[in-house]
Design a binder for this molecule. Sequence first.
Ligand code: PHE
Ligand code: NA
Length: 458
Amino acid sequence: MSDPSSSAARGLWSSRLAFILAATGSAVGLGNIWKFPYITGENGGGAFVLVYLLCIAAVGLPIMMAEVLIGRRGGLSPVNSMRAITRQEGLKPAWGWVAAIGVLAGFLILSFYSVIGGWAISYVGTAATGQLAGQSAESIGAIFTGLLGDPLRLLMWHTLFMALVMLVVARGVRSGLERAVSILMPALFVLLLIVVGYAMTTGHFGQAASFLFQPDFSKLTTSGVLVALGHAFFTLSLGMGIMMAYGSYLPKNISIAKTSVTVSLMDTVVALLAGLAIFPIVFANGLEPGAGPGLIFQTLPLAFGQMPMGSLFGTLFFVLLIFAAWTSGISLLEPLVEWLEEQKGMNRTLSTLGAGIACWLLGIASILSLNLWSDVAPLGMFTMFEGKTIFDLLDFLTANILLPLGGLLVAVFVGWFLSRKALEEELSMSPAVFAAWYRVLRYFTPIAVGIVFIYNLI
Ligand code: PHE
Ligand code: NA
């Protein structure tokens, strides 16, 4: 086990870029390419996107800075960083539990994230064998329905995805990963641009752009606002201590604000590009924007089936999507594994095996909720959870409740309990920017998250 008593012993990132790469690897993933388009479609487009962007800028970014700050100041794993800082500042040790919420959230998210990662793996084969070429929207839809209806195939790909994640976490190797992120993220970006280019030729690009960027507030619901807020946390990997963990390796002379802005911007650009790639295809083929979690798997294959060299681009795209999901998956498992190592004294291999297998097992429940258990709504007696399958429940509980709650507690902790001196030391920003950030974190964030919670949960 590594010496948890000093950050120097853990080694710092070699540069600002290394931190940005790791944080971006965690942030950019299925949340941007799979989830953002389908929840935008379900929630009516423009107004939802606007609220989402506001949540990123006014809630997500300030909280990301707060998390990185805690991590750098504590210099330890999230749970221990929180404990170390509470000790330094003479606060109650109960704050350590904030990071523990994150450990639980990561575990629950990874269980279904891995199932969706498995969908992406499955589509590599579909694209590579030329099955998408020239297909109609119906047959593309049938391929997807066929996959969802086949628990064994889903299990096989879910198992492969979890194994990939566990492999990296067990070895605790990050260095090769950063180099890979620096090559494969730009490649994913280029492939998205290629699909956007294709989408422009469908004749429905304008319609898609106005769907995404012309707010129609009559379509916005309070639950839509909760989903937008929750997704801001999900997509930026906030509320579960990941940015604390990565921040603990950040050298003191690097600006927390600038790096956080960079990571948030990159994440947002990828999500918006995914929207611009997918919605023209939706409208051009008379598909339903609110089709749900299958949206990208029913639209992108159509594009790859029609564009020149589509089988090649399609294969590459899904490989890169798997990679993006993989780097996020690693960051989802890491906090639990670290926690098992530090608190339970297990070695890394054993903690990875234990955590990974438990996660894999829970994932099976999500798989079954797509087919054999598609009618099972475990908490259906509460109106709030009516009709929600196990998969829906896990998604709702984590993205819409646990992550915002974790983020809210981080905001309160940093905004109200840490000394101003500590914050100024860490942030070294111009006084005006600092004051703006401080005010947003103390007042706006807790009130906004609080109101959205109260509206939706009561
Ligand atoms: N941010 C990742 C994505 O958008 C998912 C994730 C959420 C990763 C929470 C870590 C923590 O795909
Ligand atoms: Na993201």
